[in-house]
Design a protein around this ligand. Structure first.
Ligand SMILES: [Zn+2]
Ligand SMILES: [Zn+2]
Length: 253
């Protein structure tokens, strides 16, 4: 694997290992570009609210400093980028962008784990109700229109209990919207590795028809994940089977 833009760190409190170990394993795996994209710290207006899967806001600088230091140290071996996996929460997004701009990230990928503004919504895989699902797809498309996102991580994170015709219609709307904006969809290797409900062939069949570009994302939560070549092969098999257009050269906006 030559590049990966989806890498977490232990700051999100559900990933393991030191930042340096991710770099060393990425080099060992033959990567030329390693993008760190930990779950962005988010500014919530209600300071009592606890968001359990992201770094705290006061860890922003430490994260950026660590990645920038590794970037310099390993400059001859690998290109390291500072990024975030970020949600588009409409009411909070402008402030959030200002906040993250303090560390001048190189890129963001969209990982939309909640609809609404997180504080007022359910975790997307557990979300119920067709209207909520339709709203979720609309929210992703609205977020992608900002032009702030390199690609859409796990576009198929939503659960499995919506009526088939709703899935088909809404996933087509998502694929067509992403295609119009020229934003690739991620085949998420963490989902594949842990046999989650994603990557969902239902979505990727439509992506093949629509002609979306797809990109592999390790979604590394452990440095060892970079050395798992079997999962990459499995993903490539899916790309072949469905006739997907895979991005094979690194790109940044
Ligand atoms: Zn995570
Ligand atoms: Zn994610």
């Amino acid at each position: 694997m030559l590049f990966n833009y989806h890498t977490h760190t232990k700051r999100c409190r559900h990933a393991n290992g030191e930042d340096r170990e991710y770099v060393e394993n990425a080099i060992q795996a033959g990567m030329q570009i390693l993008g760190f994209s930990d779950h962005a710290p988010y500014l919530f207006p209600n300071t009592e609210y606890y968001s359990s899967f992201r770094m705290f806001t006061d860890e922003l600088e430490n994260y950026a400093e660590s990645v920038r230091a590794l970037q310099k140290e390993y400059a001859n071996d690998i290109r390291i980028l500072l990024g975030f996996e970020l949600e588009y929460y409409p009411a909070l997004y402008e402030e959030e962008k200002k906040f993250l701009s303090k560390v001048k990230p190189d890129y963001c990928i969209m990982g939309q784990h909640f609809a609404g503004n997180e504080i007022d919504s359910a975790y997307v895989p557990y979300m119920q109700g067709t209207d909520n699902f339709i709203g979720y797809i609309s929210q992703i498309l609205e977020g992608l229109k900002t032009g702030d996102f390199l690609y859409l991580a796990h576009p198929d994170l939503a659960g499995y209990n919506y009526p088939e015709e709703v899935f088909q219609r809404e996933y087509r709307r998502l694929c067509e919207g992403a295609k119009a904006l020229n934003i690739p969809l991620e085949i998420n290797l963490l989902g594949l590795r842990t046999k989650r409900h994603y990557p969902d062939k239902k979505l990727f069949k439509i992506a093949a028809e629509v002609g979306n570009q797809v990109i592999l994302g390790v979604d590394a939560h452990d440095p060892q994940h970079f050395l798992d070549t079997e999962i990459e092969k499995e993903a490539l098999k899916m790309v072949d089977e469905l006739g997907l257009q895979l991005i094979t050269t690194p790109r940044l906006k």
